[in-house]
Design a protein around this ligand. Sequence first.
Ligand code: CP
Length: 302
Amino acid sequence: MKKGSFVSVADLSKEDILRLIRKTAEFEENPNRTVLEGKICATLFFEPSTRTRLSFETAVNRLGGRVIGFSDAATTSSSKGETLKDTVKMVGNYADLIIMRHYLEGAARYASEIADVPVINAGDGANQHPSQTMLDLYSIHKTQGTLEDLTVTMVGDLKYGRTIHSLIVGMSHFRPSFRFIAPDELRLPETYRQFMDNHGLRYEEFTEFSEDVINESDILYMTRVQRERFTDLMEYEKVKNVYTLHSDMLTGSRDNLRILHPLPRVNEIMYDVDDSPKAYYFEQAKNGVYARQAIICDALKL
Ligand code: CP
């Protein structure tokens, strides 16, 4: 793997995570710098994105670098049959850093093994979304004052939600107590349950989205059902509106509760929740710029 690549949260130690959080706070304090002057960053998005691509590009621009890339692979030579290997090799000749989102699990790891420049994983299929995890951890730390000993409830598509998978690994260093709420069809995969068992982490699973669970949570992490990952759309139709958070469900919740969502939302959070001081998802997305500034500088050893 090319040195500096940022592919999986599993590659980060607790110290790495805390160092990146400190660096993120520095960028929040002062986001406009010129440390990337003369550097070119390529954003290769083989899947749609709003927040991840635009916040990475904002991060590069605020640091004085330049961006090349694409947001729609249909306009590139991959639509003519060019392989991922050739695309990555070639872009590595043009740019100092590759930021890539791809629909195949493991694509970022593969790219990092063939590229001559560091690769940042901006999401690979249902596998990992490590830069999202860094902004999630930053948001949790900022709102709770700590990452240690928190009760984190994750709701929705725990099967395909890559932000869930990454966040479990990221939080594993900090003695979390997890609550997972999902229908049977979208239950957390066995590999992550195994991971938590191996790390001695506490967790409980539920199919009902009840106020009892919300009331004992510090973080309520809502997710969208990932329509694009279903091979059978009839299956998606059965679960697409499985859980919706309404403001009246927050009446008995802890004062420190914060509601996170990686966004985009579809029907998981009613608009009346947006007015609650416990709704943090838009600030969370804003934190993405600072977290990604920290990740980019780390990757380039700046
Ligand atoms: N959170 C997230 O990955 O959003 P986008 O798909 O808009 O990048």
